[in-house]
Design a protein around this ligand. Sequence first.
Ligand SMILES: [Zn+2]
Length: 350
Amino acid sequence: MHKKTIQNDFRHIPYSRFSVDLCKFRTMEKEFILGIDIGGTFTKLGLVDRKGNITAQAKFDTQAKEPFTDFLDRLDKAVHTLRRALDPAQKVIAIGVGAPNANAHTGYLEHPPNLRWGDQVPLADSIKKRFGLPVNIANDANAAALGELEFGMGMGLKNFVVLTLGTGLGSGIISNGELLIGAHGMAGEIGHVNVNSTANARQCNCGLKGCLETYVSVTGIRRTIFELLAEMTNDSNLRSISFENMTGEVISEAALNGDAIAIKAFKLTATTLGIQLADTTAHLDPEAFILLGGLSKAGDFLRKPTVKAMNENLFIAYKDKVKVLLSETPHGHAVLGPAALAWRMNANTF
Ligand SMILES: [Zn+2]
C-alpha cells in the first residue's frame, strides 16, 4: 500500500492565461502522470507521482461553448507551462483524463451534458495525437473511485462505491480491487436509479423522472430546501438566498447554526440516500461507501442519518457491516482520479 503523502503546500505562479501552482518541495521522483479533469467550468491538470503527490498543478477555463480544437490549444499551452516544473531527468510517462460521459471503451466523450463539442468527441485520440503519450480516459466519477482506491479512503479496500454528490450524482464501483466498467463502459450510473415513481416525481436532466440525483445532490437538496421554504413557516436565513447562491456550503452552515429547514432538508436527503445505499449493498456487497463532492462537506449532518436509513433498510446479512465514509481528498485535487487511472494502466509498461 502506498503511504498517503498528498502535498498541499504550493507556490502560486501567476501566468497571464493560466493559474499555475508549483509544489514548494522538490521531488526526487523521475516519472509522472499528467492527470486532467475536464469539468463544465474549469479544466484542472496536475503532474502526479506514483505516491499521489502533485508536484505542479494548473487550472484554466474550459470554455465549453467554444470549439473542441480551441480547447486542445489551451490544454497544449497549459501542459507546456506545467512541464517547466520538471527537470530534464524527470518525464511524463502517460496521461489520464476524467470527464463527464467519457467512455473508457471507445475513448469518446459521448453526449457530454455541459460541453458543446458535439455528440461524439474523439477525446483519447485527440489528446494522444497532441502529446504523443499513452492516454486513458474514464468518466469523472469512475476516475474519482480509482483516486480513492490508489490514494484515498479506499486504500486497502477491495469492494467499495464512491458517490460524488455535486451538481449531479456520479458514482464509481470498485469490485474485487478493479473498477467495474460494464458491457457498454457505463457501469455505476446510480444517480439515474428511480427513487420516486409517483406522478409528482422530479424531472431529471437525463429525460427520466424521479432519478436519485434529483433528490441527492447539491441541486437536489436545493430543490428540497425551496419546497420546505414554501411548506414551513419557520424563520430561516435561507429565505433571502437565491437558487443560484444556495450552495452546499450555505445549506451546511445553516444546518450547523440550527436552521430547522436546513436540518430537515439534510434528513430527507440522507434518508433517500440511505435507502438507496441499502439497495446497492444488496447488488454489490461492498465494504464501504465513500461520499465526496460539495454535499459531503456537511459531514455528520449528512452521514449520520444516511447510516441510520441504510441500516434500517439493509437485508439482515449485511447489518452493521457496511461503512459510510467521507472522503478526505481535498476538493482541489480532482486530478488524482485521472492520474490513478493512468498509473494503473501504464505503471508496468515502463
Ligand atoms: Zn436521470
